[in-house]
Write a protein that binds this ligand. Structure first.
Ligand SMILES: Nc1ncnc2c1ncn2[C@@H]1O[C@H](COP(=O)(O)OP(=O)(O)OP(=O)(O)O)[C@@H](O)[C@H]1O
Ligand SMILES: [Mg+2]
Length: 306
């Protein structure tokens, strides 16, 4: 089964804003998939299309193996919208009941799951309090609890850690990993690149309505793998031949085969150089992201597509 398989999604707002320009995305069953992109890239537009809050100008593909917007599919999705606003006169428990009732969850299941989820999201004891007394991070946790009330096969979270402090973000990350282990597929939008890097199996980078890269972080950064050696002074002349790059006190060899640099290390040691560090390095998600943005602004420069 595929969680999401979208092909050539286009969205033009009011005939002039080309928010999506042929987006294709595949989210496999049971994985955490991160969609990242700068502000205005079209991430929320794509999510809203999957949730039928707006309609695509053109789209094909499936969500949970059903056509986009099929009610049987929507019932099995948990959704956290971007900048959600729950009615402020409701209590936390009432929010959970209200939205899951709309989703068709029966009363006794709602009662049981509301208590469980408030506890799981660190809101134990807050269920009876009105949400206008909640902090921003607490509202966000409540939003995630709300998305889990129908025990969804697929979770779609638009900026789940928005407004949450570092401790809370880590808790949400751990929760997402647990949910994945329990068999939920998770699709999330975020700007927080280092967080996505820690939690996602695969990512797509969207810039100006197009996906420029898609795949595992490992496959996307494979070509950038290298080994860096740092010594305590300027490297000797022979290193310019032996390494791919020599700069300052650092020498770089492309690839991730550490056996290749062993003779160089031996020679440096024999010549009495002090080695400060030997480390494998690869592009971070942030580097990839910057490369994707640069690629759209300067097509034909660099960047890859899978
Ligand atoms: N209702 C709308 N009417 C007209 N244009 C819109 C509408 N909603 C979004 N847009 C435009 O569509 C583009 C994509 O917006 P979208 O909200 O999908 O971006 P995003 O990637 O989610 O951005 P952010 O990271 O800021 O949340 C932007 O240029 C935005 O101005
Ligand atoms: Mg958005």
């Amino acid at each position: 089964m595929s969680a999401i398989s979208l092909k050539d999604v286009y969205k033009t707002y009011r005939g002039k804003v080309h928010a999506l320009r042929g987006v294709s995305i595949d989210v496999h069953d049971g994985e955490i998939f991160g969609l990242l992109g700068p502000n205005g890239a079209g991430k929320s537009t794509l999510v809203k299309i999957m949730m039928t809050i707006i309609h695509a100008t053109r789209a094909s593909g499936t969500v949970l193996d059903l056509p986009i917007g099929h009610l049987d599919g929507l019932r099995q999705i948990g959704y956290l919208p971007e900048h959600h606003r729950f009615p402020e006169y409701l209590t936390g428990t009432q929010v959970l009941h209200y939205y899951s009732a709309l989703c068709g969850v029966d009363r006794s299941t709602r009662k049981k799951r509301a208590t469980e989820l408030l506890d799981r999201l660190g809101l134990c004891g807050w269920g009876k309090k009105r949400i206008n007394t909640y902090s921003k991070g607490m509202l966000q946790r409540l939003g995630i609890a709300q998305a889990l009330m129908n025990h969804p096969k697929l979770l779609i979270l638009d900026e789940p850690t928005d407004g949450v402090d570092p401790v809370g973000r880590r808790e949400i990350r751990d929760l997402l990993s647990e949910l994945k282990d329990e068999g939920h597929a998770i699709f999330l939008n975020s700007h927080l690149l280092s967080e996505l890097e820690m939690v996602c199996d695969r990512v797509a980078i969207m810039v100006k309505g197009k996906v420029t890269m898609q795949g595992t972080i490992d496959s996307l950064t494979n070509a950038s793998k290298r080994i860096e050696i740092e010594i305590d002074c300027s490297p000797p002349e022979w290193t310019r031949e032996a390494f791919d790059k020599v700069e300052g006190q650092k020498m770089t060899k492309l690839g991730d085969d550490s056996t290749i640099v062993q003779p160089m290390i031996d020679r440096l040691r024999a010549e009495q150089f002090t080695i400060r560090s030997v480390k494998p390095v690869r592009e971070s998600l942030e580097d990839l992201f910057m490369r994707a943005v640069d690629h759209i602004d300067n097509p034909g420069s660099h960047g890859s597509k899978e």
